[in-house]
Design a protein around this ligand. Structure first.
Ligand SMILES: C[S@@+](CC[C@H](N)C(=O)[O-])C[C@H]1O[C@@H](n2cnc3c(N)ncnc32)[C@H](O)[C@@H]1O
Ligand SMILES: Nc1nc2[nH]cc(C(=O)O)c2c(=O)[nH]1
Ligand code: SF4
Ligand SMILES: [Mg+2]
Length: 215
């Protein structure tokens, strides 16, 4: 179908993650994902959803008069029409971010978009899907995220940080605890002990709203 996307939800909340954490943001959640991370908090977006035209989505987003728009999922890059959606959101003057698993090619994404590329850790059970070619495409406008499930995942993330000099390629390197798998306090202690050039982040929306849908 031309110029449509399968959408799970559009909602307005506080950005709970990344560099813009705490800023009022409109979220567009695309349906469907080829991965199955064991910790996924958005499994309700794997199926269902509604086929929407880009025009109707842009009109709904505009109704919130946002400064920030976050396109997430599911895996947004699994639907080719996300590329023109991102372009049109940027043309509308919003500050746009894209959350992606990093399993698919990010090269067609508008460079005005801040791409938040999650490098999947072994604890996700999907690390074999990482597309390492994406790393060379990152700029200071982009962000890399590790969702960490254990001390082993932490050590793995540190090894990738060093191997790819990620703090020199991306504007932010984010270390986030997998909500149910590792203590945030332990992760904080490890980052401080190693004096890493990364930003530890918690999912603000889970602290505030306990993972209610649409927040
Ligand atoms: C739901 S995913 C959607 C975008 C894309 N599929 C991805 O994985 O980046 C958005 C972000 O939430 C993170 N996430 C999902 N479940 C989580 C959990 N239980 N704890 C912490 N972060 C989680 C993902 O790792 C990803 O960085
Ligand atoms: N408030 C809020 N912030 C978010 N940042 C990224 C989210 C996501 O599910 O990708 C998310 C989400 O679901 N809610
Ligand atoms: S890639 Fe993202 S949406 Fe897909 S299963 Fe993993 S965390 Fe969930
Ligand atoms: Mg979420």
């Amino acid at each position: 179908m031309q110029n449509t996307l399968r959408i799970t939800e559009v909602f307005y909340s506080l950005q709970g993650e990344t560099r813009t954490s705490g800023l009022p943001t409109v979220f567009v959640r695309l349906t469907g994902c080829p991965l199955r991370c064991q910790y996924c908090d958005s499994a309700y977006a794997f199926s269902g959803g509604t086929q929407r035209t880009l025009d109707s989505l842009l009109e709904q987003v505009a109704g919130y008069r946002p400064r920030y728009v976050c396109v997430t999922g599911g895996e947004p890059l699994a639907q080719p029409n996300v590329i023109p959606l991102l372009e049109r959101l940027c043309d509308s003057g919003y500050s746009v971010s894209l959350e992606t698993s990093g399993a698919l090619d990010i090269s067609a994404v508008d460079t005005r978009v801040s791409r938040v590329v999650d490098l999947k850790t072994p604890g996700s059970n999907e690390a074999h899907r990482n597309r390492y070619e994406n790393i060379a495409l990152l700029t200071a406008h982009d962000q890399v995220k590790f969702v960490i499930c254990s001390r082993e995942d932490y050590d793995w993330a540190v090894s990738k940080l060093i191997e790819y000099r990620l703090e020199q390629r991306a504007g932010e390197v984010l270390f986030s605890p997998s909500h149910q798998d590792v203590s945030a306090r332990d992760l904080a202690d490890w980052v401080v002990a190693d004096n890493l050039p990364v930003r530890m982040q918690l999912q603000l929306h889970k602290i505030l709203w306990n993972d209610e849908p649409g927040r």
